[in-house]
Design a protein. Sequence first.
Length: 59
Amino acid sequence: MGGKKDDDDIWGLLAGLFIGAVGVAILSSLANPKCPNCKNPIKKGEPFCPVCGTLLEWK
Ligand SMILES: [Zn+2]
C-alpha cells in the first residue's frame, strides 16, 4: 500500500517545519540582539547594555 510513502511525507514535512523554525529563530536573533550578560533585548550598535551596563562588542 502507500503507507511507507505517507510516512516519508510526514517526516519531510516535519523536517521542513523544523528547518523553518530554526531559520526564523536565527533571523529573529539577528534582528533582535540580546545582551550576553542579562539577556535583555538591545539595539544593534549600542556601545553598552542599557540595562546592566555590559560593554557590547559589534563586529
Ligand atoms: Zn545587559
